[in-house]
Design a protein. Structure first.
Length: 447
């Protein structure tokens, strides 16, 4: 494309996704990749739940009821799927929380009460898997990433991406959306257990991915580290039974611990030529690997700092966030690819997640350099897109450790739907109601 036209590009993304559609027994599904023999998962991360969210956003952007029909068709398949499942992971993007979110957003878009009931059912099934541990509740699950680490066994999982903190975030969303009368109580029980399993250090509290880590991995950032847990605790501190959000309303312990945890994250930042970045993994000394996306990078960790700025009114949190973004900008991304921003253009690890974050910062701070970054990201992403069956998709490496394993995925967190969502956000960010639907683990309201 000679000129940046994010709306036209998003429609091209949809055409690629549509070419991967499969008619399920109850509604629409999509192949995970463009391969003819690819599986058709339902998860938000890789599957139809995330694609459905993109179709809701397309409807918001265009008013075309055909896109809403595609989303609700996917919702029919999701309703049948969650009804027959008793056990799923509590991983925010890959299990019960993602289904709670998408089904409720389908209800809001369609006014079909069956989707709201489905979201509530998922919430109850998630809590049925919890168990009393210590002074709160937690979840014992088969440990994540066994396929990568070779380690197996059941563990108590506690981070935001695959553990209890992410379950807590969706419980707060459920409370705000009126999905369940016990949602806030459950969120507090979850938080109370997370307070117990914090590791106290001289720099402040921190959390690992699991309470009994079978391999060395101390990540201070958002997805698998303390920044994500602290985000949940800080958000919980703003909520009580009578007010759903705004200001400070809750237990002072939650906000005090969240602030102390944020100080810990800040202690792990490393000065760069301009600004600073937070290390990916503390086991690497001196640190040299700095992720840049939502997963362990500024686009994730900065959400905690922005939320604390909202809650406390203290501009120093925002100053730190801006310096962290200067560290990102100083790398030369997106045109320059670093070890922390490999050939991945998606929402989780790559360009789309950074672009959405930059747009949100632009809309809240008015800083033109963030809008410029989002536009550069769109240009770079589109320059690396492939023409596929009348549409566009991206061949990319989901995992940094497997740079040569490229797949062209359809899903939200690692594929075309997430890139299309970013392009819609860019195309509509100046409107009173942008097409972008903010996920519950971000402080930036776009819906």
């Amino acid at each position: 494309m000679t000129a940046l036209d994010p709306m036209a590009a998003a429609l091209q993304v949809e055409r690629f996704i549509a070419s991967c559609k499969v008619n399920g027994e109850n509604g629409a599904l999509w192949r995970r990749t463009d391969a003819a023999d690819s599986k058709t998962p339902r998860t938000f991360y890789h599957g139809s739940a995330g694609v459905a969210l993109f179709y809701i956003e397309l409807h918001r952007a265009t008013g075309d009821n055909g896109y809403l029909a595609e989303a609700t068709s996917a919702g029919e398949e999701l309703l049948a799927y969650v009804a027959r499942k008793d056990q799923l992971t509590i991983g925010f993007y890959s299990g019960w929380p993602g289904f709670v979110f998408v089904l409720n957003e389908l209800f809001k878009a369609s006014d079909d009460l069956r989707f709201k009931a489905g979201a509530t059912l998922c919430l109850e099934k998630m809590m049925a898997q919890s168990e009393p541990i210590g002074g709160g509740v937690g979840w014992i699950e088969p440990m994540p990433f066994s396929d990568i680490t070779g380690k197996t066994g059941d563990r108590e999982v506690i981070d935001l991406s695959v553990g209890a903190a992410g379950a807590g975030v969706i419980l707060l969303y459920a409370h705000r959306e009126g999905l369940h009368a016990k949602a806030l109580h459950w969120a507090r029980q979850t938080a109370d257990r997370l307070l117990e399993v914090a590791e106290q250090t001289e720099d402040g509290p921190r959390w690992l991915m699991m309470t009994d880590m079978p391999f060395p991995f101390t990540a201070p950032n958002f997805a698998h580290g303390g920044a994500g847990v602290a985000y949940f605790l800080a958000d919980l501190a703003t909520v009580n039974e009578d007010s759903t959000a705004g200001g400070f309303a809750g237990n002072t312990t939650y906000i005090d611990v969240a602030i102390a945890a944020a100080r810990y994250v800040q202690s792990r930042s490393v000065p760069q030529d301009q600004g600073h970045l937070v290390c990916h993994n503390e086991e690497e000394q001196p640190p040299s690997l700095f992720y840049l996306g939502v997963c362990h990078g500024p686009a994730g960790t900065g959400r905690l700092m922005y939320l604390l700025h909202q809650i406390t009114g203290d501009s120093r949190w925002l100053d730190w966030l801006h310096d962290n973004m200067q560290g990102l900008l100083g790398t030369g991304v997106p045109e320059v690819r670093t070890s922390g921003l490999w050939q991945n253009y998606g929402q989780c690890c790559g360009d789309a997640g950074i672009g959405d974050y930059a747009l949100s910062l632009y809309s809240t701070t008015g800083r033109a350099d963030y809008l410029k970054l989002a536009e550069r990201i769109a240009v770079t992403a589109l320059a690396n897109a492939s023409n596929i069956r009348d549409g566009i998709g991206w061949a990319q490496a989901e995992h940094r450790s497997r740079p040569d394993f490229l797949e062209t995925q359809t899903g939200y967190m690692q594929g075309a739907a997430g890139l299309g969502s970013f392009l819609l956000h860019l195309a509509t960010h100046e409107q009173a109601t942008p097409a972008k639907i903010a996920l519950p683990e971000t402080p930036f309201a776009t819906a």
